[in-house]
Write a protein that binds this ligand. Sequence first.
Ligand SMILES: Cc1cc2nc3c(=O)[nH]c(=O)nc-3n(C[C@H](O)[C@H](O)[C@H](O)COP(=O)(O)OP(=O)(O)OC[C@H]3O[C@@H](n4cnc5c(N)ncnc54)[C@H](O)[C@@H]3O)c2cc1C
Length: 511
Amino acid sequence: MMAPMTVIYDPTKPERNRPAPLPDAEASARLAALADQARADMALIGHNHDWVPAPADGAYNVLVLGAGQAGLGSAFALSRHRIGAVKVIEGGPAHEVGCWTRYARMHTLRSPKNMKGIELDIPSLHTERWFEAKYGREAWDATDLVPREDWNEYLTWYRDVTGADVDFNTTITAVHKPDASGYFTVVATRDGERVEYRARRVIFSLGLKGGGGTFLPPLVENLPEHLRFHTEDDIDFDSLAGKRVLVLGGGASGFDNASTALEAGAATVEMHVRRSDIPRQNSLRWMEFPGMQEHFYDLTDEQKWEFSLFNGGLPQPPTQASVWRAFCHGNFSMLTDTRWADATVRVTDGVEEVVVTDDKGVEHVGDVVISATGYAVDLGLRPELEEFLDDIALWSDEFEPAVGHGMGLCPYLGDGFQFQAKDAASDEAREYIPRLVHLSTGARASHGVAGNQLSGIFAGLTRVAQRIATDITKENWPTFFREFRAFEHIEIAEAGPHREGEAWYPDGPRY
Ligand SMILES: Cc1cc2nc3c(=O)[nH]c(=O)nc-3n(C[C@H](O)[C@H](O)[C@H](O)COP(=O)(O)OP(=O)(O)OC[C@H]3O[C@@H](n4cnc5c(N)ncnc54)[C@H](O)[C@@H]3O)c2cc1C
């Protein structure tokens, strides 16, 4: 009998954190067979013909902005409703899907491996099947959390198998109000050239920044740009070799960036945490049940608000492995109960250093700061929403207790993550605002855990596609009804007895 296989998550040896693949030829053949199976499964339980009227010349029914897991999942969810002419636009290159090989610097996902996800009820599209095809069943059984690079690779496979139509290296710069025929114009740049797309609907799935932007506390933002980073920045970690790094924040990204800096040869990494301890409890794990994932939206505003306030105060913990990964370096230290009161630059003999003074008056000196301070929800920071901002209803517009609260800046979304128009909006805006869909961080006040993260992504994608399919049906009802009136499908060729050899007739034993 073979010895049981173990996949070792050794925090000091990142290269050992991916299971050994099966021999290339075998893995490729298994993945190709799985892709065939997935396509067959999709066809088997898919709708059998198109139904959405073709959009005007060169336009799309839906443009999906961002080809991370949320954008790709949206495109797939729409295809399950047989909604064609869907284009996905992505700023990055084809080999990187979303954040996973960019600023997500952990070894593994935090989400449990056995979650319902972007496969949307097609088992052969699930990560588990992909992983099994690539590494073998034992590797999956022995794997605790899915390695991050495998997740990226799985997403590229998923993108291919689900047939997403993606334009890569295309960065969206603006979205304009619809023209007289109801089509929005999306403006982007590719290779320095301006490109334009037109579509009836737009899904904004631009990642964690999509609800606003990265958040830097003002005293960090005021430091010169070359001395401070946000964890989402494209940091050249090799340039941190020999440097003293100050990390602000003890969440997942704080630990991942601290470890990446240490592995790149940083002289020291000092992490500063405001609380008396790092977060340990992960409340997301409670939220992963159907009532919460699929039906949070149906609660009252009071219930949603109460939940949002309570949940908003619960910090997300890092994984145990990422804490170990940092602490196994002797030159890593973590200071709790440390609030930054000031941050300045001191220049000695032409050499710059950052001097941070904490609220107890203690000075901490480093060469560079990495701010692991998360994201802000503020649609006003999104250039692509500029023309719509005045008309989009926020929680603070619709629910009195939300006025003046940070969470009140979250958009007050409809059941399919669509923006809603403010009461004061024009009739025109009231028609087109709900054709814009926000599948990003601002959705949490309206949809809780459903949305772009794995904890509830299947529910978010399902709602988005369901709403769009409903709205397309309503919008096109006059056309559908006209088609129905003119419809001819003659099934009775003979108003008489069946003649031998003419056509199929049920004469077998079961009739
Ligand atoms: C350390 C860390 C650990 C995490 N662990 C987990 C986890 O275990 N499970 C989980 O579900 N989530 C986890 N997350 C959160 C994860 O980032 C999101 O769940 C996931 O990225 C959401 O997918 P998305 O498609 O919305 O965003 P993204 O993956 O960020 O994709 C958005 C895409 O939009 C593109 N884009 C953005 N702006 C533009 C533009 N102007 N023009 C064109 N394209 C653009 C980007 O290039 C990107 O490809 C983690 C995040 C971090 C930082």
